[in-house]
Design a protein around this ligand. Structure first.
Ligand code: GDP
Ligand code: MG
Length: 206
């Protein structure tokens, strides 16, 4: 009989202000989109329950305000994160160029046990704008960046048109879960979890 255990996964969404972090989360959790721009203040989270294989998972997704610098959010905010979602706007070069900083700063603040293996996911958002004619960052350029950072999964999304949003967050959940399972094995806290992980397929199927 498969073990039933609810797992809480902490996910942090980072990226420049205005790239669509809050909109992506709203689309994913509430199936809603608003043109209105409302700056996120401080940090807030939404949760979504989902089932992955035989596991009940609560995805706790933390939203941040892009203009906030890391220090002001505090180290406790990043500690215990299971996955970090980086977002940029395919129509704004600067939002792509700052990805390096977000990536680096996250690792500095969260200081995961194995920084090289910590799971990130990159989302190139707003692909709907002007039918793609105003985009300045090519898919290839984004994918090259992902390869350079250790094969980060990449999704092109539109929070407005609900393109790839579910797929991206499912990948987030699976990746976070796989990471969390590794912790379980490492610390040997829950022996049953080892049996479960041996079923394999921990990686993201996206
Ligand atoms: P945040 O600062 O990263 O949280 O960005 P927001 O989610 O607040 O979005 C900033 C602005 O971009 C808002 O006016 C949104 O309506 C708009 N926006 C977000 N995602 C998309 C998208 O996929 N397509 C389009 N056309 N607009 C978007
Ligand atoms: Mg926001």
């Amino acid at each position: 009989m498969a073990m039933r255990r609810r797992t809480l996964l902490k996910v942090i969404v980072l990226g420049d202000s205005g790239v669509g972090k809050t909109s992506l989360m709203n689309q994913y959790v509430h199936k809603k989109f608003s043109q209105q721009y409302k700056a996120t203040i401080g940090a807030d989270f939404v949760t979504k329950e989902l089932q992955i294989d035989d596991r009940l998972v609560t995805l706790q997704v933390w939203d941040t305000a892009g203009q906030e610098r890391f220090q002001s959010l505090g180290v406790a905010f990043y500690r215990g994160a299971d996955c970090c979602v980086l977002v940029y706007d395919v129509n704004v070069l600067k939002s792509f160029d700052t990805l390096d900083n977000w990536h680096e700063e996250f690792l500095k603040q969260a200081s995961p046990a194995d920084p090289k293996k910590f799971p990130f996911i990159l989302l190139g958002n707003k692909i709907d704008i002007d039918g793609g004619n105003s985009r300045v960052v090519s898919e290839k350029k984004a994918k090259d960046w992902c390869v350079a950072k250790g094969n980060i999964p990449y999704f092109e999304t539109s929070a407005k048109e609900d393109i790839n949003v579910d797929a991206a967050f499912l990948c987030v959940a699976k990746t976070a879960l796989a990471n969390e399972r590794e912790h379980d094995i490492y610390f040997q806290t829950i022996p049953e979890a080892v049996t479960e992980t041996e079923q394999g397929g921990g990686g993201c199927a996206c």
